[in-house]
Structures are given as C-alpha cells and as structure tokens.
Design a protein around this ligand. Sequence first.
Ligand SMILES: [Zn+2]
Length: 464
Amino acid sequence: MTEIDQHPLFPALDEAVRSGLPTAISDLGSLVRIPSVSWDGFDPAHVVASADAIRGLVEGLGVFDSVQVSTAPIDGDRHGHPAVLATRAARNGRPTILLYAHHDVQPPGKDEDWESAPFEPTVRGDRLYGRGAADDKAGVMAHIAALRAFVDTVGPDFDLGLAVFIEGEEEFGSRSFANFITQHRDELAADVIVVADSDNWDVDTPSLTVALRGMVAFKLTVSTLAHASHSGMFGGAAPDAMLAMIRLLSTFHAEDGSVAVDGMASRDAATPEYSEDRLAEEAALLPGVRPVGRGSVLSRMWNQPAITITGVDAPTVEQASNTLLPTVTVKVSARVAPGQSASSAFEAIERHIAANAPFGATVTIDDVDLGNPFLVDTTGWAVAEAEDAMRQAWGRPAMETGIGGSIPFISELVDVFPQAQILVTGVEDPDSRAHSPNESLHLGVFRRAILTEAVLLAKLEDRA
Ligand SMILES: [Zn+2]
C-alpha cells in the first residue's frame, strides 16, 4: 500500500473514534427505537421525541453556544416537523462548518418483510439492522461521534465555528425547509456544508457524491368517455381510457427502454466501470431479465433521465367487470439529469404528452412536484480537504460519484448560501437498502465515516 500523509492528530483521533464506537452504536440504537416517521398519518409525537433525544446528545457535547429544537411554517398555520439546530461561533478567523443530517425516517412497510423488527436495532454480522439505522440516523450519529472524537482530542477550547442542523422531515419532502433556512439564515451560515445522507462505492471505498439527479413527479389522468360502457357492446369502436393510457405511456421510452422524450437532457461525463452483472445483483434483476437504457450503466443512473410509472388508479383485477374504463390515473416519477432544471424537464414531458395523447383523449396533469438536480463544484478547497480526510480514514482514495436519487433541498441550500462549499458524504453502502425492509448500516463503514469527519474537523481547525 502507498504511504498516506496523515494529519498529526490522526493517531489520537483514530483511537478516540475506536474507543467511542460502542457508545456511538448504542446511541444510534436508541434513536432507531424511536419510530420517527414524518409522513402524514403517522404519530408526529415520535418525531418530536427523536428531536428531543438528539438535542440531548448535542447538548452533551458541551461545546455549543446554543442548542434548540425548532419548527418553521410550511404555509399559513401549518408547521413542519421539529429540527435540531446548534451553533458555536468561529474564533480567530477560522472557518465555520455546518453538519446536516435528518432524524426522520421512511415508513417501515410490512413487519413480516423484516428479519428483525424494524424499530428494534439488531446487529447481525457486521451490520446494524433497523429503519433509520443507515438513512439517516447513522448520519446524525456520525456527526455527533466525530465531534466527540474531535473534542476529546483537541479539548473544548477550539476555534472552528460549528453549526449542526438535523432536519425532521427530509423523507416527507422537506416541506418547511426553505422557510427554516430563511428564518435561521444567520445561524446556518457556513463556509462548508456537510450533507451526510448519501452512500459509498462499496464497504471499502469512500465516495464523495458530486452529481445528483433532480426529480419531476405528477399525477397523469387520461379520459376518453363520459361514463363507463359495456365492453362487449362498444369495445372495438369506443376507445377506453386504459388503451389510451397504455398507448401514451409507451411513447415515453424507446425500444431499449431509454427515455424518448424530446427536450429531456443528458449530461456528458465519464463514469467508473460498473458491469451489467453488478447491476443485476445489486438491483435484484430476476434471471433472464436484461437491463434497460443505453450508454455505460452508471451514465444511465447518474447522467441520463429516467421515467417510471409508480402507481395506477384503476379497478383491481378482483373488481374488474366487462367495462370500458372512462378514466385512468397514474403517478409519473421522472429523474432529471444534472445540468437541466426540473422545470425545463417538466415542460418537455408536458409537451410530449400533449403531442402524443392518442384518439383525441383528454389529458390532465396535477400535483406536480419538482426538485432540481445538483452538481458539486469540485474545484473548491473543501472538496480537496474532504477527499484527503477520506484517504486517511479509509486507507484508499475517495471516488467522486453521482447518485441516481435526488436530494432537492441541496439546491435550496445553494440558493440561500451561494458562497458555501457543499460536501455530500454518507454512511450507506450498496447493501444498505435505505427505504426498504431490512435496512442496515455496515459498522466498518460507520467507523470510517466518523473518522473521516473527525479528521476533516481537525483539518479545518488548522485553516486560518
Ligand atoms: Zn436520507
């Protein structure tokens, strides 16, 4: 292995992270036990409880000027879920670093799909299982454990400015996020923002996420008849809405499954080697099923658009009668390549739908949800510092990666704090199964992610 230049405090930070790891895992387990699902229809008291628990952990560090739990309005009287916000002013010209993660989680789905109960943290092998064990309570605990190791090593009298922002509704659209950061603009202002909510190339190789796709989601309704009719009587002459919908949806993709909507852009950028076999394994393709799209596999997920139909409102098979359906609704969920705005991608899809509605069908679009893609400026000093910290903590170079998923609030952060350098890091790996049953955290990845951030804090403390 090649020699790696280490920070002078690296051995002490490494030791502090190792000795603090059992406590970090047990604190993470306590957070996983709180079912802080932020979706409507789930008890919001759990999200309040998890914010309070995190406030306790942050206060326990003893280095912040202020620690608060706070909400912001969504619109009018409705407020979002509580976030934890802690700040410590920079001294002697040192930079300020903002550490972001979220403490709310996705719904667990069906208990029987889990090998151990979703809110009962369970270690099997080198992984901790539970809803939120990775996404993103491990991100929360990585920040706290890194701060503990940093403070253990340098003492409480350091100059680095700190802000910690632990959001409570990332999994439900960050609905009050824009208002929250506007209200707390001064407290959140930072030179470097670490968003610990992404993944790593594999359990041995760290990643800095530098490209994120955006998203466009909406409801699409196709209507062809004023009322349902007997399918034996009129079928073959009167067009039913399902036929029209199928015809319309089939125009979204070319024969090979790539998106065929004029005006949805792709980004031209190199991607690391990633085989169709690895895709088949990680995405669980059934035997004989072939990947869709064209170009390198990762360019399809990182740099090209995608369109997926994620729901259909139509009679169930059991309820199906011999009827021509007058109207059908689907949920369209599209991903937008980095470099194109979500609104321009949406306009392209809208034009495509208007031009391809078959049989003169009536087509309506509602509930449009847009999130912009994001490209990190990788030329800033913070990216270099973070990649060097990863190299030290993992013992191998970091990869700059894209992700197919979207974190729309990042572009909102950039709008409010255009000077800040954004680092998208994470505690996940390809087996984490965030949002799915049997979500888990690799404990080796967790330790290396904590150490990376502790080293980064030490490096920033050195910057005058
Ligand atoms: Zn997340």
